[in-house]
Design a protein around this ligand. Sequence first.
Ligand code: SDX
Length: 436
Amino acid sequence: MSSPGKATVTFDDGTATVELPILKGSVGPDVIDIRKLYPQTGKFTYDPGFLSTASCNSTITYIDGDKGELLYRGYPIEQLAVQCDFLEVCHLILYGELPNAAQKSEFNERVTRHTMVHEQMQFFLRGFRRDAHPMAVMTGLVGALSAFYPDSMNVNDAKQRDISAIRLIAKMPTLVAMAYKYTVGQPFMYPRNELSYTGNFMHMMFATPCEDYKVNDVLVRALDRIFILHADHEQNASTSTVRLCASSGTNPFAAIAAGVACLWGPAHGGANEACLTMLGEIQAMGGMAKIGEFITRVKDKNSTVRLMGFGHRVYKNYDPRAKLMRETCHEVLNALGLQDDPLFELAMGLEKIALEDDYFVQRKLYPNVDFYSGIVQKAIGIPVSLFTAIFALARTVGWVAQLNEMIADPEYKIGRPRQLFVGSPRRDVKPLAARA
Ligand code: SDX
């Protein structure tokens, strides 16, 4: 980070002019360092939703929204999704480099050895109704992990941060599979150490004690790629939640539970579930013939209907993950003989119309990662209600890497934003009898 210059802010209310350093990163927009602004002027900046605010410096993920570029530690997502598996990408995101063969084997072994959860964890599920939303279950289960690992609760100890990261990456598939098995009334399946990370997840999801289950390598590869595409994404809402939560010094499990809760929202990680629900609604309306009518509703200022899976705070071009997800969709549907899947046809029809419609073009609304991911997951056999839990499984490595980066930053302090107060100035309490 270098300082290429300064910004001079002058005021028309008599406040003294202030000079603020401009900081330059390795790539991407410069930032104005406003840390001296309040002490020197008594004024805050104001940026609801943080559209123009950099909350931190980071070396993990870079996004160029205009170019539609996504890099994990400098590597393009298009190369990682094709040339690596998810655990290699986890190693990259956590430690900054892709593993060599020996490091890959050692990392995989470490993760494999932590895939089981404490036997007591299963009893938490019994408190939920069988039809509880998996994200409600996951918010509870991930938070509950805080009660089981006293040796890795101190977020200020680098070794404890590292073992917590491994435990969380390793145990998320087990917990997601348990949340699923609970809803379908089947027994939980223990992890199988001879299987790959994603093969093990598929086994825990779809195997039963009654017979051997052979994982389908095409589906495993597709799901592994979905994990890679969702692994990290700069300072999105849930990652910022994890950073703010961990900044108080709370343990990593509690901070990740906060990230799970934030991701659940339909504007964020809940969009893939909402997108598939939307496609189902259009299908019920009459399918392709009704796309125009649906788009009209989306464009109607008075309607709250949004084209789920479209638009992004940062990407004002095609989300590179959506392109890769669409390719994966083709591969999976062809492998399963579902190439005529009506929902996929509908999604491509919707995408084509939206990309030509002025409303979307003007607002630079393109398909995002969630637009196709639901169709792929549904084809793999994952229930719609579990889509966001799968997103949380994949994003856990990004969350823990960003948490660890923040804590290791010598400049880090507890996050504590201020406000523009627009409420009542000081007034005195009237006795009850005197109140109107
Ligand atoms: C993820 O931040 C991340 O990195 C997130 C994520 C990650 O990997 O962590 O990429 C994952 O969350 C992807 C986004 C998933 N969400 C959706 O698909 C839900 C639908 N999309 C939106 O609700 C919306 O696009 C957001 C929330 C994603 C972004 O919203 P912004 O940046 O706050 O933009 P906005 O809501 O101010 O929209 C700008 C304009 C508005 O119209 P006008 O007021 O200018 O007339 O575009 C319109 C919006 O109404 N608009 C949409 C729309 N998205 C924005 N109109 C119809 N359909 C949409 N999907």
